[in-house]
Design a protein around this ligand. Structure first.
Ligand code: SIN
Length: 301
């Protein structure tokens, strides 16, 4: 049988690279982009390269009115790399890697999420970044805050920067998502995702910047108990946990943050290696529906 004729090439479209309007939202983090469709950027190398460079500069990018399909959403995020599902939240059945973050009257307020975190640092290789689109926003509330963790590290006292330079810490899905599970289920989760050890200060693989890399998934330091940190036995646990709590609390400093009000079809793209975020839990019984493409990352070093 004769092979089917190849389909005609898609008509060439002029690249819209160079036409993006960029409005920084603070001097520290975040920029709003206008004049660009992510559906176009998914198919246009030059446009995608421009967005990627802007992401490295501003760490989180915001776009409005992205009335795109799920396939476009996934195709755009795939330009950065492979996508991954979430161990707990489900994904759209037709679009693996597109995690559904739906909060409605079936998710009572105590199930809403709010903690400063990098996504999935309970993985050996946490995500490189995410592309989050709003399908439905509450009438009021439901903002998300992002934090620049390069700035958080840069502004630490020099003595603290020195103290934490070689420290490593464990991150846990068991102690976070697993905490409310019955013991057997919690242990099974830990088997699937054994708590990884990450540097407390990681280096950005593309920019070389130093990043304060502890968050809500971090449980304890693994190499604190050395003579330079601990003089007497009692110094160990309080000394370590006080330092860890102090470091984790840096994400709460408003000067390192940007806050975004969602509307339907708004999109945020963030670099998960150098930011944390916090979805503010102030809209129940409002409905908030988000879909997140999560891009596989590398092992922090
Ligand atoms: C997330 O934590 O990745 C989701 C943030 C949000 O829903 O605003």
């Amino acid at each position: 049988m004769e092979a089917p004729a190849p389909s005609p090439p898609a008509p060439a479209r002029a690249s819209t690279a160079g036409s993006i309007e960029v409005a920084p939202m603070t001097c520290i983090i975040g920029a709003e982009l206008a004049g660009v469709s992510l559906a176009d950027a998914a198919r246009d190398d030059a446009l995608f390269a421009e967005i990627r460079a802007l992401l490295l500069k501003h760490r989180v990018l915001f776009l409005r009115d992205q009335d795109i399909t799920r396939a476009d959403h996934v195709a755009f995020a795939r330009r950065f790399g492979k996508l991954e599902d979430h161990p707990i939240a489900d994904s759209d059945p037709d679009h693996p890697g597109l995690v559904r973050i739906y909060k409605d009257l079936n998710s009572p307020p105590e199930h809403y999420e709010n903690a400063y975190h990098c996504d999935a640092t309970f993985r050996e290789a946490p995500p490189m970044g995410c592309v989050l689109r709003c399908l439905e926003s509450p009438a009021v509330g439901g903002d998300t805050i992002w934090v620049n963790m390069v700035e958080a590290h840069r502004r630490l006292p020099e003595s603290v920067q020195h103290q934490i330079a070689g420290l490593r810490a464990r991150h846990s899905i068991e102690a976070s998502f697993g905490a409310a599970m019955p013991m057997e289920k919690r242990h099974a989760l830990r088997e699937r995702f054994p708590d990884p050890e990450h540097p407390v200060v990681r280096t950005h693989p593309e920019t070389g910047e130093k990043i304060l890399f502890v968050n809500a998934f971090t449980t304890h330091f693994v190499n604190f108990h050395t003579p330079e940190h601990v003089r007497c036995g009692q110094d160990f646990a309080p000394g370590a946990s006080q330092l860890l709590n102090y470091l984790i609390s840096q994400a709460q400093i408003p000067e390192y943050q940007v806050r975004f009000r969602w509307k339907k079809n708004s999109v945020a793209i963030w670099d998960n290696r150098c930011t944390q975020h916090y979805a503010v839990q102030d809209y129940w019984p409002g409905v908030r529906k988000m879909e997140r493409a999560t891009i596989v990352g590398d092992r922090p070093s």
